[in-house]
Design a protein around this ligand. Structure first.
Ligand SMILES: Nc1ncnc2c1ncn2[C@@H]1O[C@H](COP(=O)(O)OP(=O)(O)OP(=O)(O)O)[C@@H](O)[C@H]1O
Ligand SMILES: N[C@@H](CCO)C(=O)O
Length: 305
């Protein structure tokens, strides 16, 4: 490794209502990871972090960027080189905006670049999905855009980009409490009724067409879900109030972003400012600090410079 390498990875919002574990979109909010050689030392790594909540990031062997880095070298049967990793955090941790995906994708892309790109982008994607356990954050984090990921009978992934209409604005309300994905998955049932399966199938189909066309009538209906949101709403104090505030301000609908607790409203440009302030005020009514932002869809995914 001779030159420092910088990998920029976008946040992602997964599920978008009915697309549990299969659809997600990249957002214009980023983590930046710098990889450089570590010389004149016995240590295998030196990990530092700055920015948003950086004191909450492990800087030892448990660091998720480093874990992914190690897994990459194990996969290619090489000894990992001593590495300095500096993390600039823009994506809040454990809030449902794919922070773990940025770490996994960043660690794999950084390692692959340092090693001279022995793995193809598809192989990196497959490794990222295997580490994260589901594709809906890591795939858009890697590729950008809104991505639907479907495994075939041979466990190969078909990745389908869903066009995102330019007039659909994602607004995220990020509260100042964490909800780990593991906890938010632990409350989900293991079986669902046929009615619930049909409900989500129909709504995901409508969501895909709604995102593509920007048709408000479809988007108002399409974000409903029976697989995860009904079970997670009680973990997010203020959910109903924030949702109602967003709808009253003109949002099409609101969904839990990823595993939560961030809430994602989809709206149109004329209602964006109203929506931002309504969601902020609604959560503040619960004495919950909140950072509300209107974002854009990132179209580039992980970038190496
Ligand atoms: N930049 C980072 N460097 C190291 N570890 C990170 C980084 N970002 C996230 N992590 C790890 O990932 C954990 C959060 O993962 P978790 O899956 O619970 O939430 P999330 O990925 O932010 O949300 P979601 O998957 O719902 O979108 C953090 O607590 C931390 O251990
Ligand atoms: N589909 C995942 C996204 C969060 O990692 C979930 O909702 O649990």
């Amino acid at each position: 490794m001779s030159h420092p390498i910088t990998v920029t990875v976008p946040a992602t919002t997964a599920n978008i209502g009915p697309g549990f574990d299969c659809i997600g979109a990249a957002l214009s909010l980023y983590n930046t990871l710098e990889f450089s050689p570590l010389t004149d030392t016995e240590k295998p790594h030196q990990i530092t972090a700055e920015g948003l909540e950086s004191d909450r990031v492990a800087t030892d062997d448990r660091n998720l960027v480093y874990q992914a880095f190690l897994k990459f070298y194990h996969h290619i049967n090489q000894t990992p080189p001593p590495v300095k990793i500096h993390i600039k955090l823009g994506v809040p941790l454990a809030r449902g905006l794919g922070s773990s995906a940025t770490a996994i994708v960043g660690g794999l892309v950084g390692a692959n670049t340092l090693a001279g790109n022995p793995l193809t982008p598809t192989e990196i994607m497959e490794m990222a999905i295997a580490i994260e356990g589901h594709p809906d954050n890591v795939v858009p984090a890697l590729l950008g855009g809104c991505q639907l990921s479907v495994a075939d009978h041979n466990h190969r992934w078909q990745i389908c980009e869903i066009p995102w209409h330019q007039d659909i604005v994602p607004v995220v309300a990020i509260p100042d409490f964490e909800l780990s994905t593991a906890e938010a998955r632990s409350v989900l049932p293991s079986h669902y009724t046929r009615a619930d399966a049909i409900f989500n199938t129909a709504h995901l189909g409508l969501l895909v067409r709604g995102l593509e066309t920007g048709q408000g009538d479809w988007l108002r209906v399409a974000m409903a879900d029976k697989i995860h949101q009904p079970y997670r709403q009680s973990l997010i104090q203020g959910y109903d109030t924030v949702r109602q505030a967003a709808l009253d301000a003109g949002a099409y609908e609101l969904a839990i972003s990823g595993a939560g607790p961030t809430l994602l409203a989809l709206t149109d440009p004329p209602h964006t400012h109203l929506c931002v302030s309504a969601m902020r005020e609604a959560w503040r009514g619960y004495n919950i600090g909140v950072d509300v932002r209107s974002l854009a869809i990132d179209t580039q995914g992980a970038k190496v410079t």
